[in-house]
Design a protein around this ligand. Sequence first.
Ligand SMILES: Nc1ncnc2c1ncn2[C@@H]1O[C@H](COP(=O)(O)OP(=O)(O)OP(=O)(O)O)[C@@H](O)[C@H]1O
Ligand code: SF4
Ligand SMILES: [Mg+2]
Length: 446
Amino acid sequence: MSTLGTTGPGTSGATAVGASSTGTSTGTLSQAGSRMTSLGGFDPAAPLLQVSDLNVRFPTEDGSVHAVRGVDYALRSGEVLGIVGESGSGKSVTSLAVMGLLPQSARVTGSVKYRGQELLGQSDRSMSRVRGKGVSMIFQDPMTSLDPVYKIGYQIEETLRSHDKSLSSKAAEARAVDLLELVGIPSAKDRVRSYPHEFSGGMRQRVVIAIAMANQPEVIIADEPTTALDVTVQAQIMEVLQTALQETGAAMVLITHDLGVVAGIADRVLVMYAGRPVELGSVEDIYYEPRMPYTLGLLGSLPRVDSTNRERLTPIQGSPPSMVNMPPGCPFAPRCPLHIAECDADEPPLVQVGPAHNAACIRTDEVARAHGRAAEIFNETADDAVLSASALPADLATGDGAREATAPGTPPPSQTEAGAGRSDTGSVVSTANTAPTTGTTNGDRA
Ligand SMILES: Nc1ncnc2c1ncn2[C@@H]1O[C@H](COP(=O)(O)OP(=O)(O)OP(=O)(O)O)[C@@H](O)[C@H]1O
Ligand code: SF4
Ligand SMILES: [Mg+2]
């Protein structure tokens, strides 16, 4: 099967995007096998998480920002649902609404049910029963979750005790050490007494994952858990997330703007645009047979390792619409190469285009003919060329001793590690118009 820089979509226990087997996760939970059943008062037979017609509006001076517009999804036990979309598409607001963590000014309507019970409108006290043990959340920036003034171990122990008051200090500390070992923190017995600032960014994110899995939740929502990290550390964190899923048996909502990140771990993918779902399908549907031009555009912006020919990246031109007073019609219309007059009449509903595959577009048949090849529909122009640094001097393109920039398998400069020559490469590219170089830059990819 073709791959997208991963071991393949939906592969059970697959290594995440670009990941090598680093073996960073060690240890097992001493309480292995004590997987929680459902929280008391919730129906274990009901769907794990059911989000229906979720709408979120924020009143602002410029008018009401309709940030989330009719989001529907159901999360099944043990599955990983990837939520993908550009910045501002409503991914985080959707998840914060599920967790009951939006500011009071937010106007939230619709329904969010966990194990059959409505969460919207619940008091903070009721929600604290669900948070951590039913549904836990991992934020993009670990320092959002970690308190800089408390030791790591104390913060994990507090999380444990918040759902089990009978847990002794000794047992809580032992479990904190187990959890740190599980997420690959070396010398966990000593590091449990460290403060967050004594850890690197990647180690802090491991700690946050340890906290998220501490009470063996049924659902983990991970909101861009790797975006702030170096590409190698990203791959390690994806491995740790998979360890967390295996150990807890939790289902996961994985939010990212990068389709490549979800390829190796997700079962289904929900694509969001302008606050609403525009495509939902299995990871194979989304990668190989997308039916919404926006999804196709996202794929076209992603280098593919299964590409046999030199193919151009096809970035989506323009920007998403303002979420204040949106005009009628398809919100993707100004950026869509398949736009026709009928698209401006009404916003297309999400319709079924295959078994368990839905898309919001009136021209899904035309999109289907592209079979996931964005270049069939999106045309690259001189202005939107993605730089490939073709034939730049190797030592400037990818760091000392690196292979030629266009050699097969070479990651794009943005996906190399710190110190691997990214800044130098960027300098060459950005000065290409003023200082002659021996290479060329164009939209080709190797
Ligand atoms: N408190 C708020 N008040 C007003 N508008 C808000 C508020 N929080 C979020 N928004 C708006 O809601 C929209 C969706 O934001 P959200 O944070 O969910 O985007 P996102 O998809 O998570 O983007 P990113 O990938 O950048 O994290 C944005 O237009 C944002 O400006
Ligand atoms: S409805 Fe029209 S404008 Fe919208 S995505 Fe489909 S073809 Fe493009
Ligand atoms: Mg976000």
